[in-house]
Design a binder for this molecule. Sequence first.
Ligand SMILES: Nc1nc2c(c(=O)[nH]1)N[C@H]1C(S)=C(S)[C@@H](COP(=O)(O)OP(=O)(O)OC[C@H]3O[C@@H](n4cnc5c(N)ncnc54)[C@H](O)[C@@H]3O)O[C@H]1N2
Ligand code: MOO
Length: 407
Amino acid sequence: MTLLPVDAALIRLLALAKPVTESETLPLDGCAGRVLASDLAAKLTQPPFDSSAMDGYAIRTADAHADARLKLIGESAAGHAFDGTISPGETVRIFTGAPVPKGADAVLLQEDAVRHNDGTIGMTFFPEPRRHIRPRGQDFREGETVLKAGSVMTPTRLMVAAAMDHSSLSVRRRARVGLLATGDELVRPGEPRAASQIIASNTFAVATLARDCSADVTDFGIARDTMDDLTGKIAAARATGLDVLVTLGGASVGDHDLVQRALKNAGMQLDFWQIAMRPGKPLMVGSLGDMIVIGLPGNPVSSMVCSLLFLEPLLARLAGQPAPKREAEVIVAKALGENDKRRDHLRARLSRDPQGRLVAEPFEKQDSSMMNVLAQAGCLVIREPFALPMAAGETARAILLRDPETP
Ligand SMILES: Nc1nc2c(c(=O)[nH]1)N[C@H]1C(S)=C(S)[C@@H](COP(=O)(O)OP(=O)(O)OC[C@H]3O[C@@H](n4cnc5c(N)ncnc54)[C@H](O)[C@@H]3O)O[C@H]1N2
Ligand code: MOO
């Protein structure tokens, strides 16, 4: 059986993906990380008036000279404008963010002002016109398109959307992802289990990864290893209008690996199955109508490595966003033997050397069932098919699982 190279498999998977275009309207505070569905224009001008950038005195620069004794005629504070006009020889106490009164053309810094005993204001610095005044509309103007359709709503874009007086936004809906674990041996954490049963743990990693990619994730539970149960659960999941169905387990060649058969019976067009990678060889991809199906292998490490290499870029594509950049160059801390035909992904401890370079130390045991090792690993060192032996201290590409500084 020829195995499909990783890069070719990813290209074929992404060819199935159409970015989600349907939109929904959400309150602004629910829009973080979402993609704007249409251009967003300002509903107001900001600042709405010439405003002071400093605490001080609103003055007429024609009055700015060493002998000035300006008469204090009022105050303009943020939210409380001074209604009158400043005439020659007059000033108004002003605070940061307050409207600049009519007649004034500069703000004298409080630190540059002298308050005389008779209450008049003198100055030790003579501002030029417009000094410390933020002109009306210098940030944006009513009707101006500030955010383009397709922009991801980052904290700073949420800030400007709020400032433009939008309390809700039209954003693209999230990609809908369903997870279906399979296997008679599986129970959920906390459930009673027989001696031959284990916990269905993979769902938690895959769901988290998918949510981090902005997906709306539904867990469809655990299907037993029967055609009936699998068929019923696949149909129920599909009926919810998923963009992507991810099955976990039952992807290999054993007598109880029924997932592919059940999916084909339901009408799935198989796109590819079995990749030249370790772990994750039995990965399967197909389409069932508009729904993309990804069959992950059951071994926990395999399911996670396949999710990082395939599910994450797929969900980024559906969300119209670039895939997270996880690849980095690392120094391998120990010698590695030559590789066989499957691209390998070695779980490794990750640290920094005194020069700040990333150092990866592959774990001794690389069994794809070992979640404890995977949880300790900071990266996966990539070994291309037929890679030659490597000495300690050489560099390799790696997939980062987390920031090396994360405890
Ligand atoms: N004769 C062959 N046997 C196997 C091959 C092969 O090419 N020829 N491939 C092996 C490889 S590689 C992998 S990977 C596994 C994957 O097989 P399946 O996808 O069919 O996975 P299962 O048999 O269902 O489970 C494998 C293992 O993982 C446990 N598991 C399953 N689901 C979960 C879950 N949701 N959470 C935690 N653990 C799970 C399951 O109990 C098994 O121990 O096949 C090899 N075999
Ligand atoms: O390809 Mo499997 O994922 O080695 O255990």
